[in-house]
Design a protein around this ligand. Structure first.
Ligand code: SF4
Ligand code: SF4
Length: 280
């Protein structure tokens, strides 16, 4: 049986919030019998864009992480529901039955991702249903991917084996795999949000003016071994990314022309070492 999957490329999210607005437009004030009751105007974020800044100065970067119900295959919310209020469809979508779930506020805490929201006025738990009511009418994709112009969101409907092979080939990963929930939302370039970097600029002084050291050789050394290397760019900058937070001692070894220097550091979170100067 082919099942739905959502692929999120963190490197392509511009935080435009079109996806979140499409959900608001679709569900606020609208009843879809058998699928969902209206979303309240305020307080619910069925698609929630998180943001994170890393580093500092000119080498600082920002990443945005679209989050929503992961349509988990081993969903704790389904296990916590009574009366069949939450259930998994054969196409992979996890649904909340609006009638059976009435009064079941405990389901809000059953989602470890914080993606079940309580509708106080209607006394029901609610979440994003992947626009199941539209897909059942023949839509080729949910509105969130349809409105995402940057290419951050895309959907794939395929057999599980095919999706697992794709995830392996494209290095896709789910959020918080330690929970064992088997999410159907897959992230690409998640390191932009979860990992750290070491960055710096290399410069020299020529004729009294500071100049970038272009194509200086830069090596990242850990426990005596080179773990990554690159050359400075046209601004004299380098950035080693995808490093574990709080991963301890490193050294940055830089060779420019005949001069070689080493800069030790202890990595906690992303760091800009500032301008490292070499004599010309
Ligand atoms: S529409 Fe796409 S680019 Fe815009 S916030 Fe949503 S996921 Fe990010
Ligand atoms: S993300 Fe939360 S609400 Fe969605 S299926 Fe998983 S446990 Fe349930």
């Amino acid at each position: 049986m082919k099942k739905w999957n959502l692929i999120v490329d963190v490197a392509n999210c511009s935080n435009c919030n079109n996806c979140a607005m499409a959900v608001k437009d679709e569900y606020e004030g609208n009843v879809f019998p058998g699928y969902s009751l209206p979303q309240p105007r305020h307080g619910h974020h069925w698609v929630n864009i998180l943001s994170r800044e890393r580093g500092s100065g000119s080498l600082m970067d920002a990443a945005y992480l679209p989050t929503t119900c992961n349509q988990c295959d081993d969903a704790p919310c389904v296990a916590a529901a009574t009366n069949g209020a939450l259930y998994k469809r054969p196409d992979g979508i996890v649904m909340i039955d609006p009638a059976r779930s009435k009064g079941q506020k405990q389901l809000v805490d059953a989602c470890p991702y914080g993606h079940i929201w309580w509708n106080e006025e209607l006394s029901v738990p609610q979440k994003y249903s992947f626009d199941a009511h539209l897909l059942d009418k023949g839509w080729k994709e949910p509105r969130i991917s349809q409105v995402c112009a940057s290419g951050c969101l895309s959907v794939v409907k395929c057999e599980d084996e095919e999706m697992l092979a794709k995830a392996k080939a494209e290095q896709l990963e789910g959020l918080r795999p330690e929970l064992g929930t088997k999410p159907r939302v897959w992230y690409k370039n998640l390191y932009r949000f979860t990992k750290e970097h070491i960055a710096s600029s290399v410069a020299t002084v020529i004729g009294g003016l500071e100049e970038a050291c272009v194509e200086a050789e830069v090596k990242l050394v850990r426990q005596g071994s080179v773990v990554a290397e690159q050359a400075t760019n046209c601004f004299g900058d380098f950035k080693f990314d995808g490093l574990e937070p709080d991963s301890g001692e490193y050294a940055v070894r830089i060779k420019w022309r005949t001069i070689e220097k080493e800069f030790p550091l202890v990595l906690q979170k992303s760091v800009n070492l500032g301008v490292l100067r070499f004599e010309s």
